[in-house]
Design a protein around this ligand. Structure first.
Ligand SMILES: Cc1cc2nc3c(=O)[nH]c(=O)nc-3n(C[C@H](O)[C@H](O)[C@H](O)COP(=O)(O)OP(=O)(O)OC[C@H]3O[C@@H](n4cnc5c(N)ncnc54)[C@H](O)[C@@H]3O)c2cc1C
Ligand code: SF4
Length: 481
């Protein structure tokens, strides 16, 4: 630990975003890159705790205090080597992770936590900028063939690890380009797609084969897949959207968030969307139903599309801004999140139930709403939702985006053709070794754990790769996590 008093002398410096008036006019990343000096200074705030809870909080088990210190000392290459030992996509988590680690940072008990996520980003971007990252194909090949179905973060991490172990890896993707939700879901203002392309090029140079526009289970039969590969890792995500089946759902102008965001990603890439398919927020009164991260991405996208006003409706009450006794340190707390998109405008409505869509000439024109409260009827019982008396009100709208989550992985095609078993939540069931009910078929990511986070998908991909390698070779030199 280079500076034992660093945490006393230096204050946390949060990410800086481009001015709102400038950034809402484009889809370029909102965050401004921190200087090398600032990163090294922020690294000095790490106390190198005897028991690093941040390491426990991070799903990929990043060696946080160690690389904070290396970066602070200017040993960037060593910091990069250590970071890439546990994380296949630090340039992605460095941009998108909600930083579970920072909520477990010991400094966070009575001060602001270390900027762990930004430090991670600084290390990986330094390594790319200085040419420290070169393709590292395996020295020898095992002769085993592994198919990974799905190229989201789980599939990319699994593919990278299995390739490292010397297997011949083919990643199948039904979209025209690899990346999963990183490509078609998360807006460019949070993740510029050149960042994703840079990593995919590297994986290709290391020997991973990508086969896109192939839907395994319909276009490409599972029988063929199982015959051609020694093991299969299914990492197809969890994309069945939750619907809001209330009166008026059939009106035009009501869309699922992923349809809106995917289309927006494609338009940013310069793809043409025919007028009859276009979900256009320009000059519309947009209402997003669902107060989570997907909803926030829709808020930012709608502003950039030129919406006349944007509202976001959430049925749950407004979360607390600081930790409560329900979420003691170092647990990840459910707190109010104000994303960069929320800073750009719009109204957030909390504790609001959408009861009915009203329409005019076949198109949605308003939401009929009521306020709700959550009442504990008995001590220690779960709160029950109750409609507040005489609280009905309308919100005018002509474009509604449903961002109320995902129920489980899509069943049609791959999963029904394979005939895998499901768990009680409807996700693909596996044993402790990530193996499905089928002999050589493993599963990772949202398809196994339900919609989650990029960092969890990476962690799952890495773990599945370890178990697949052990299955194929009898032992594995890959890390178990
Ligand atoms: C809008 C949105 C924003 C998000 N923002 C964040 C964020 O900021 N930070 C964060 O940590 N998490 C975020 N998440 C969650 C995160 O993106 C997911 O948890 C993560 O992408 C899951 O990774 P995955 O690899 O399991 O699945 P996915 O990313 O869903 O990838 C699965 C891939 O498999 C492909 N596939 C499926 N079936 C087949 C088949 N039969 N044949 C071929 N290919 C197939 C799909 O086309 C897809 O490309 C967000 C999620 C959404 C929806
Ligand atoms: S991946 Fe996420 S949880 Fe892990 S160190 Fe990075 S920001 Fe923290």
């Amino acid at each position: 630990m280079a500076d034992v008093k660093g945490f006393l002398k230096i204050k946390r410096e949060d990410s800086v975003y481009r001015p709102v008036c400038e950034r809402v006019k484009d889809f370029l990343e909102v965050a401004v890159t921190r200087s090398e000096e600032q990163s090294r200074e922020q690294g000095a705030r790490c106390m190198d705790c005897g028991t690093p809870f941040c390491h426990w909080g991070c799903p990929v088990g990043n060696y946080i205090p160690e690389w904070n210190d290396l970066m602070h000392e200017g040993f960037w290459e060593e910091a990069f080597e250590l970071l890439s030992a546990t994380n296949n996509l630090p340039e992605i988590t460095g941009r998108l992770c909600p930083a579970l680690c920072e909520y477990a940072c010991v400094l966070g008990i009575n001060d602001d936590p270390v900027t762990i996520r930004e430090n991670e980003l600084a290390i990986i971007e330094y390594a790319f900028a200085k040419g420290l990252i070169r393709p590292r194909p395996p020295r020898t090949r095992t002769g085993k063939r592994v198919a990974v179905v799905g190229s989201g973060p789980a599939g990319l991490a699994a593919g990278a690890q299995l390739n490292k172990a010397g297997h011949n890896v083919v990643i199948f993707e039904k979209d025209d380009k690899p990346g999963g939700i990183l490509r078609y879901g998360i807006p460019d203002f949070k993740l510029d797609k050149s960042i994703l392309d840079r990593r995919i090029s590297l994986l290709k140079e290391e020997g991973v084969e990508f086969v896109t526009s192939v839907d395994v289970g319909s276009g490409y039969k599972v029988k063929k897949l199982l015959a051609e590969f020694d093991a299969v890792c299914i990492a197809g995500g969890s994309r069945e959207p939750r619907d809001l089946k209330i009166e008026g759902r059939e009106f035009e102008g009501i869309h699922f968030a992923m349809d809106y965001l995917t289309q927006s990603n494609k338009r940013v890439l310069g793809e043409f969307v025919p007028a009859d398919k276009l979900i256009d927020a320009r000059d519309k009164k947009v209402v997003i139903i669902g107060g989570g991260d997907t909803g926030a991405d829709c808020v930012g996208t709608a502003h950039r599309d030129g919406a006349s006003c944007v509202g976001q409706v959430e049925i749950l009450p407004r979360p607390e801004e600081c930790r409560t006794d329900d979420y003691p340190w170092p647990a990840y707390p459910m707190l109010l999140k104000t994303s960069s998109s929320h800073e750009e405008g719009g109204t957030r409505h909390w504790s609001v139930l959408t009861k009915k869509f009203r329409g005019k000439n076949g198109r949605v024109s308003a939401l009929e709403c009521a306020r709700v409260e959550f009442v504990k009827e008995k001590e220690n019982a779960c709160p029950v939702m109750k409609e507040a008396a005489e609280s009905a009100f309308d919100i005018e709208t002509d474009l509604v985006i449903l961002a109320v989550g995902f129920v489980h992985p899509e069943r049609k095609g791959l999963l029904s053709e394979l005939g895998v078993e499901f768990d009680a939540k409807g996700n693909v069931k596996t044993d402790g070794d990530y193996r499905t009910s089928l002999e050589k078929v493993f599963c990772a990511g949202d398809m196994r754990r339900g919609q989650s986070l990029v960092v969890w998908a990476i962690s799952e991909g890495r773990r599945a790769a370890y178990f697949i390698d052990r299955y194929l070779m009898g032992k594995s030199s890959l890390p178990e996590l």
